[in-house]
Design a protein around this ligand. Structure first.
Ligand SMILES: [Zn+2]
Length: 145
């Protein structure tokens, strides 16, 4: 693998193709979006023809402190967002009866929503944990480069 050039693949419509052999690389490549921050993942992929491509992802070890913070913030905001949405939906769904609102039931629905938000948060952080762990396995494997 040493000495080969790493390039960004050519974009063909919505897909990415190898410019050496034309293989479809879309599943390896992340479309860059500046506001969302970097995605954690394998940085390079080798095509079937041996050409190396940069995937647009970055391994956790190679992220700057600010980039790590932005990923943690993104996850946190995702959790808060779902807490808010689910609590609101729960309160509305339970509380609105005909043309009136039952505060007791709205409060109950709100709590159910928060529990749903909590479950969602656990899943979100667990996925991030798995992502970081597999990234660390790639970069810190014994005998790896
Ligand atoms: Zn190729």
């Amino acid at each position: 693998m040493a000495g080969t050039s790493v390039s960004s693949p050519e974009k063909v419509g919505a897909a990415y193709a190898c410019d050496q052999c034309g293989a479809d690389l879309s599943r390896f490549i992340r479309t860059r979006s500046s506001h969302a921050g970097p995605a954690i993942g394998q940085e390079k992929r080798v095509c079937r023809c041996g050409h190396e491509y940069s995937t647009g992802r970055v391994e956790w070890d190679n992220l700057s402190t600010e980039q790590r913070h932005s990923i943690l913030k993104r996850t946190l905001f995702g959790c808060l967002f779902f807490f808010g949405i689910l609590a609101f939906a729960g309160a509305l769904g339970r509380g609105v009866q005909g043309y009136g609102i039952s505060i007791d039931k709205a409060a109950g629905g709100c709590i159910e929503g928060l529990l749903g938000g909590w479950a969602f948060s656990v899943v979100l952080w667990f996925l991030l944990y798995l992502n970081v762990r597999s990234s660390l396995r790639r970069t810190r494997r014994p005998g790896g480069n």
